[in-house]
Design a protein. Structure first.
Length: 374
């Protein structure tokens, strides 16, 4: 069903056909093995290969990633497991992989590992479609848009067109947008990848990841990698994730709308510099974002004068937890420079907008800015 709305799709995603006396969403199946006599043929044989709870969740995510289309989704124990599955199932010694310079902070570790296996890694920035210049002869292009935490955006269609012209596959880390905000497969990507630890599940209580592809051979490589490495989600996590998807549109809609309101309020504060939100018409990311995104995400980034001011701001917030990660129902914020992995100033704050009442959140941010700069 591609004609229904996002909210309707989210509440029904992946549900099996109704069966008398059965629950709407079947409970988690805890099984290391399944009864299996004769030839060892699936669907369910051994718990590292498949699980009925994953099947429901994979169907749900597939419906959100590519409504009305046949796609294959594979769920993983974390976003990093999903990212690694794409890169390590595709790249061989001698291949070239293009990564962003400003992507998720664990990508440099992935780079080291790829290079240790004899893969050449090139990097270029997300903004200005910088990766276009690094595509020559590449096997795989890795895009992260909007980038975390800088919130630069690249033109997925344009990069895909250039990559495919040279036989390069394209994977998009869609963690920040979620499929409610952006559908990489519609924009031509070969792999849509995400850390579902963030907005997809939204409660800050599970780690999960997924990869969705149209091409069944590419999907088979990803699934094979999951079997080899065993980076599988627990049935309880998979079930909780599916349960959380029902509220995906409600949560993301609310969070994105408050994020825009917060960004608009921060424009007015003289102590805030380097403000970024792709949905703000004055943001450098806006012209591309508005063409390819349907919602602009729950993360707002900005800079305060220095480390001390940022720390005082975070300590003064009452409704916002000082914590990493993003996309959750409860607002979180952190001084990103504390991790040391991102090219950001000491006063850089990544703010993840939750589902609180917008006026409460804005008032809290205003009083914390006052307190921090007093
Ligand atoms: N991709 C992005 C954009 C992220 O922000 C993160 C985590 O913060 C990951 C991937 C990794 O996800 P996970 O922590 O679920 O392994």
């Amino acid at each position: 069903m591609s004609s229904i709305g996002d909210g309707t799709r989210a509440v029904r995603a992946g549900l099996p056909e109704p069966q008398q006396y059965e629950p709407t969403l079947p409970g988690p199946v805890f099984a290391a093995h399944f009864h299996l006599s004769g030839e060892p043929v699936g669907p369910y044989t051994y718990g590292r290969e498949t699980n009925p709870t994953w099947t429901h969740l994979e169907k749900a995510i597939g419906e959100l990633e590519a409504p009305g289309e046949e796609v294959v989704t594979t769920v993983f124990a974390s976003g990093m497991a999903a990212i690694s599955a794409v890169l390590f199932s595709q790249a061989r010694a001698g291949d070239i992989v293009v990564l962003p310079t400003d992507g998720y902070q664990a990508l440099p570790l992935v780079r080291e590992q790829l290079e240790a296996y004899g893969v050449e890694v090139r990097t270029a920035p997300t903004g200005g479609d910088g990766q276009l210049t690094a595509l020559e002869g590449a096997k795989l292009l890795w895009i992260e848009t909007p980038s975390n935490p800088g919130l630069d955006v690249c033109d997925i269609r344009r990069l895909v067109e250039a990559a495919h012209a040279g036989g390069t596959l394209v994977a998009v880390d869609n963690t920040l947008a979620t499929p409610i905000g952006q559908r990489p497969l519609d924009l031509g990507a070969d792999f849509s990848v995400a850390s579902d630890t963030k907005g997809m599940t939204g409660h800050g209580d599970i780690l999960l990841g997924h990869v969705t592809c149209r091409d069944t051979d590419l999907a088979a490589g990803v699934r094979r990698w999951r079997k080899v490495v065993g980076a599988i989600p627990g049935p309880m996590e998979a079930w909780l994730a599916h349960r959380s998807l029902a509220t995906l549109q409600l949560r993301i809609e609310r969070q994105c709308s408050t994020a825009l309101t917060l960004a608009e309020a921060l424009v007015e504060r003289s102590e805030v510099t380097g403000l970024r939100y792709p949905g703000l018409p004055s943001d450098p990311s806006y012209p591309v974002a508005v063409r390819q995104m349907r919602r602009f995400g729950s993360v707002v980034s900005f800079e305060l004068a220095d480390r001390q001011t940022a720390e005082r701001f975070l300590e003064s917030l009452r409704l916002v937890d000082d914590a990493t990660s993003f996309g959750g129902l409860r607002s979180t914020a952190e001084r990103r420079g504390r991790w040391g992995g991102d090219a950001v100033s000491e006063g850089f704050v990544r703010f993840s907008v939750g589902a609180e009442d917008p006026e409460d959140l804005l008032a809290d941010v205003a009083q914390a800015l006052d307190a921090a700069t007093r």
